[in-house]
Design a protein around this ligand. Structure first.
Ligand code: GLN
Length: 200
């Protein structure tokens, strides 16, 4: 079977790390900055960073509308942290007029874990994974509400944020509040490569 072509939105964030993880997981990879590059991919990873900046840069690079259109057409996408915010249909705690690409029927709260909690780590039980996933959160969002067709894939197990939703899936869309590209565990990237393969 040929390897799916998976892009990483390369406007800001851990682009190289995601490209490496996807390559290890069996994808052909491509950094996506222009509409012509977007047209070549079967699926797209949206890294973390700053969602307000990513939205603005996507407008600057004339990528915003083509990307939102591909998502409406069913292109698989995996959003991590700010990427999760960019996939959300609705956000809380955004700046005035903040835009998202949309596609995920969820409400996502930006910087949800509080200002004092800049970053933290937690072991998560993830649906479909045999062992816990060690997750790194950096000024992370959480999912405040999910629509009918959205599956919750992981929640925080303990502490102040116990029960908060930090990973979801809706059809071809996958999103995590945390940064799976940093910790060397390939399981989310493998899951996404598999998901893209299944759509081919
Ligand atoms: N706080 C950032 C935002 O609102 C997300 C942080 C991240 O991606 N690590 O976009």
């Amino acid at each position: 079977m040929s390897a799916p072509a998976i892009g990483v939105l390369a406007l800001q964030g851990d682009v190289r790390e995601h490209l490496a993880m996807l390559g290890d997981a069996g994808a052909q990879t491509l950094a996506v900055r222009r509409p012509a590059e977007l047209a070549r991919v079967d699926g797209l990873v949206m890294p973390g960073g700053e969602s307000t900046t990513i939205a603005k840069l996507a407008r600057t690079f004339d990528l915003f509308d083509p990307l939102a259109e591909r998502l409406r057409e069913g292109m698989p996408a995996f959003g991590t942290c700010a990427g999760m915010i960019m996939l959300a249909d609705r956000i809380e705690g955004g700046i005035a007029g903040q835009e998202t690409f949309g596609g995920l029927d969820v409400v996502v709260r930006r910087n949800a874990f509080g200002r004092q909690v800049d970053s933290f780590e937690a072991d998560l039980d993830v649906t479909g994974f045999a062992a816990p996933f060690h997750a790194l959160f950096i000024r992370a969002p959480w999912v405040e509400k999910v629509g009918r067709d959205v599956s919750v894939v992981a929640t925080v197990a303990s502490g102040d944020a116990a029960g908060r939703i930090v990973a979801v899936r809706q059809g071809n869309l996958l999103a995590t509040s945390f940064h799976p590209e940093i910790t060397g565990d390939h399981r989310f990237h493998e899951l996404f490569v598999e998901l893209v393969r299944d759509t081919q």
